[in-house]
Design a protein around this ligand. Sequence first.
Ligand code: ADP
Ligand code: NI
Length: 220
Amino acid sequence: MDKREIIQKTEQYVRSLLENDASGHDWWHIDRVRRMGTTLAKKEGADEFIVEMAALLHDVADEKIAGNEEKGLSAVTSWLEQMPLSNDDKEHIIDIISSVSFKGGQGKKPHTIEGMVVQDADRLDAIGAIGIARTFMYAGSRGHLMHDPFLPYREKITKEEYRQGRSTAINHFYEKLLKLKEWMNTESAKQIALKRHEFMERFLYQFYQEWDEQYENVNG
Ligand code: ADP
Ligand code: NI
């Protein structure tokens, strides 16, 4: 089995796992992260094969899909065991996957350039127009409101609060999305993040303008 086949087989495996997923980790998110990862890997001189494998598998270990993180990581480990990879490569991929997740700000900093690239690619998919769309999808799936002017956003949140606490789509911008541009590991990702960040600011500006207009009309 050559590297291309390993990628193809892994792609099929991930597709079949995510087919019925409704938690916002649809296959197209994985595909975007893999493509962005490959682009960043070229610019940053990272190993494209490792980046692509880790990107494809990065959400298999997500607690929302696997039930909990350990179960997810062991699923990834057993998958990699079946592939003709060196132990170093397997360990590297597992190490990347266990560090990419955000978890309310408590994600670990990756140890290698390949890890940094995958984490950046995942975070880039959370911002900009697509990031905005994903945020409203997620909020809808959790039964959260899109906005509640009386629900303040949370300054500091634990991993549990990040997953379970009540939030709104708009609060999620302040709890996570607007912080991400500062959190990019690589220069290439920072440049892309800056543009996407500006777009989110314009979106919020317009959102509040429309929101406030309604109240001005009613009261005046
Ligand atoms: P990933 O595992 O891809 O890094 P998450 O599982 O944390 O991302 O979230 C999936 C998507 O839903 C992301 O775009 C994220 O920004 C968004 N999201 C996560 N938590 C919330 C929330 N409380 N409210 C709205 N959107 C959220
Ligand atoms: Ni992801």
